[in-house]
Structures are given as structure tokens and as C-alpha cells.
Design a protein. Sequence first.
Length: 373
Amino acid sequence: MTSLFDPIRLGDLVLPNRIAMAPVTRARAGGAGIPNADNAAYYAQRAGAGLIVSEATDVSIDSAAFELAPGLYDDAQALGWRRVMEAVHGAGGTLFAQLWHSGRVSSYALLDGRAPLAPSAVNDDLHLLQAYGALANGWYTRIAASPARAMTTADIHEAVAAYRGAARRAAQAGIDGVEIHAANGYLPQQFLSPHTNRRDDEFGGNLVNRARFLELVLRAVLEEMPAGRVGVRLSPFAAYNNAPDPDTATTYAYVAQLLDDAGVAYIHAADTNAWGGAPDMDRILDILRPRFGGKIIANGGLDPDSGAALVASGRADMVSFGRRFIANPDLVARIRQGGPYNEPDPFTFYGGGAAGYLDYPTLAGAGTPDRIL
């Protein structure tokens, strides 16, 4: 029976365990999106994960759902990531950068007065979009999303090129691989959803056209990274950021086959609705597993026991944890011995400094010991 602590091959990589760190936005990269020394220390602390998937990382200056997120759209950001990777590799870890374009999930306040970009100008649901910014007093909070404008064909191809450039910089920075963020209502999922994509050109209408943007992004990324170093995050049933699909099973069966044909290393299956107590993991795996021959990483609403059961059953190959890794830098060691687990502090999730970022205690006793459950 396969356990969470068995090694696993991912492309040409052999990972020491099947416990991944999920991408969790922490908004501590600074205004220019350049990863810093604290970011390097944070990821190095968590290098015991079989795989770290970085926080969502902007591929373009037009992507900004969370202020102070890192980027990979200029060389200074790539240099910052190189410092992160030196720390992660020095600690024995493996890290994939999650490539992110937020599309319509943004605000003119985060885009220097520009309107967010979207497949179509659907703006009657802005209250459902999750954009966040840093206040002048240092606190971090949700802000109002701004009306988006429909992308021109040139805008679409520029966005595809931005993913290619980000993947190239990731490789140059020594990042082990990349994960395309096609979940949580961000730009690739906006194209997939007929609610947010009402185009009548080659990028809208039928399913093949709606999936064309993701297909072009995938091709562009594969020009810079081998398929065995590329993953894709999907959240088929996600309500988050309101990009629903009336025929989810058909859409994501097609996407799973597309990714299988491309030979990508894994699908990161995000059960986003589990955050609100309405899990969909069984439905998600029923769609993906028969059509995708690569690895599946299950994420959302899982604890170590349920994650171990999924891996043992063969329904998933790995499991990922987000908030548990925020609060437990040595999560793999804690799972191995059955706890105890530190409790995360939600008031320090986004923005700020080392508090709630670098000071969670380990089993060895480092850090502040007042958050143990």
C-alpha cells in the first residue's frame, strides 16, 4: 500500500515523499514583486515537502489580484527567485513556481489606473471577485474589484507571450519547474467558463475555442520547460471568483485529455469549495483520473489522514496542504509522528513581516511556542 512517505517520480525528478506544499499567497514580496531574503528563508524552512509549489506569481504587469505578490515578468524578479532557489536547494528542497495571470480579478488601484483584462467585459458580479491590497497603515485587506475590459486578440497573444517569458525566467533562475494556474477563477479559467467568456471569435463560443487560450499558454510554456517539469492547477467546480461552468464534466474531461496529450507531469486538483465545507474531490477525480495518465496532486479540505487514504487508494498520487504548511514549517515530520500541529494565525496570512511568516515553531523548538494545538 502506497504511503505519503514513499518516494515518487515526477518527470525526471524523484521526490522523497508525496506531501506537497500548496501555493499560498503571502504578499510579502515588496512593491516591485521581487522575492527577498524573508521569502527565501520561508521556502527553505519548508524544504521537507516532497514538492513546494510557490505562491501564485504574476506573469505580467497586468496581473494583480493581490498586492505585494511576487512576479516573474522582469529580470530583477528572476534574480530574486534565484536567491530563493539557492536557499531551497541548499535545504534539499524542490520548488515549482506557480504562473499566474489574474485577468479580471483585479482593481485599477493595483494596476496604476488600468482596467483589468478579461475574455469579455462581464462586470455585473464584481462584488464576488477577490482582490486584495495593502493599506497605508500596514494592514492588508480586500478591496473593490474594478470593471474589466474585453481583451483584444493582440492582448490575448501578449498574455500568452507573458507566460512564455515567465517560464523562461523561471528556468534561468534555477526554479525546478512551473505550475500553470488555471484554477480559482483566474484568466485561464475565465476563458474556459461560458459565464466569463462570451466571445464570438476563435477564443469563445464552443469548448474547443474556449480552451484555446489554455492550449496556447501550455504550448508557450513547453517551449521553455520540458513537459516533465510542468504542472497545471485546475478547480473544476470552484465558486471562488465566479467562473462557473454549466457542463463542468464535459469541459474538464476535455481539458484533462488536452493535458494528457501534452504529457505534463501533473494536474493539481484543487477542491476550492471544500474551504467552505462543500467538498467536491470525488467528483473532480472522477473526471480527471480516467483521462489523465500523469500524476494527480489532490488539494483542499484534506487532513493528513484523509490525504493518506487518497494516496493509498491510488485515486491521487500526492496530496498538498496550504494552511498547515503556513503554520508548520516541518509539516512532513509532524505528519510522520502524528502531530502536534501549530495553529495558523489568519491575521498574519497576508502582508507584514516575519511575524506569522518565519516564526512558527518546529518540533526542534525553534520559533515562538505559543501557537501549538
